[in-house]
Ligand binder design. Structure first.
Ligand code: KIV
Length: 271
């Protein structure tokens, strides 16, 4: 295929412009080429190769053991199967916390060798300088705050975050600090909808929510959760899009439509 015929991948500035225009953004996790192709065909704009693969693909009970090599393998698969979506590589536990140099080396590997367009890293204030270090060296960053599953042992479980006034204020401050450091997107997991709305209001970059209510720029779900094929316990914020859908393609298209027309998340999916 000649370069002229190649579909163009959506860029971060284009996504930011869509969000500024009030359009909801659609992100979905993805781990292989076939799902990448049908997801972007259905209108998914961002494919997150999440370390959730440790749970939904490898059958582990947390994301902590997922390695750089494992994420890299799945990023390669997703990048190979997609042509238009932004591919985001999730930096697994241990791949960015030790030093900024280590984080940069590993992020470059995801972008240069595996085909990622951006990386996601979990953490609040402690990770702001890492965001700055990567962005200043050419790696777009999606910061992940709120419930950060890699800190499950510190948090004492997969609990909703930001319920107290102090912790809600900390989320706003952390999100602003990541934005100031150059983050292109801020993802919020499992926080009260009102707190997520305050964070979104305080930022100019798009906010992506999972269990963060409707007043954010876009939504993300774990593919295997929204297709109802993960055998584990389902979080309150998950909707089963296979219900009433004749095919997997139709379920993903229904998810895209529901995010775009703002019918998902509904009040029962929010904290
Ligand atoms: O790993 C993952 O899939 C994620 C999403 C839950 C946002 O981080």
């Amino acid at each position: 295929m000649s370069a002229q015929n190649e579909a163009k991948r959506v860029t971060i500035p284009q996504l930011q412009a869509r969000a500024r225009d009030g359009e909801k953004l659609v992100m979905l996790t993805c781990y292989d080429a076939s799902f990448a192709a049908i997801s972007e065909e259905a209108g998914v704009e961002m494919l997150l190769v999440g370390d959730s693969l440790g749970m939904v693909i490898q059958g582990r009970d947390s994301t902590l053991a997922v390695t750089l090599e494992e994420v890299e393998y799945h990023v390669r698969c997703v990048a190979a199967g997609s042509r238009t979506a932004l591919v985001i590589a999730d930096m697994p536990f241990g791949s960015f916390q030790v030093s900024d140099e280590d984080a940069l080396r590993n992020a470059i590997r995801f972008v240069k060798e595996a085909g990622a367009d951006a990386v996601k890293l979990e953490g609040g204030a402690a990770m702001v300088e890492t965001t700055r270090f990567l962005v200043e060296r050419g790696i777009p960053v999606c910061a992940h705050i709120g419930l950060t599953p890699q800190s499950v042992h510190v948090l004492g479980g997969y609990r909703v975050q930001g319920r107290s006034e102090d912790s809600a204020a900390r989320l706003v401050a952390d999100a602003r600090a990541h934005e100031e450091a150059g983050a292109s997107l801020v993802l919020m997991e499992a926080i009260p909808a009102a707190v997520a709305a305050s964070v979104a209001k305080a930022l100019t970059v798009p906010t992506i929510g999972i269990g963060a209510g409707p007043d954010v720029s876009g939504q993300v779900l774990v593919l295997y959760d929204m297709l109802d094929i993960y055998p584990g316990r389902k979080a309150r914020f998950v909707r089963n899009f296979m219900q009433g859908a004749p095919s997997v393609r139709a379920a993903i298209a229904a998810y895209v439509k529901a995010v775009k027309d703002k019918s998902f998340p509904a009040p029962e999916h929010c904290f």
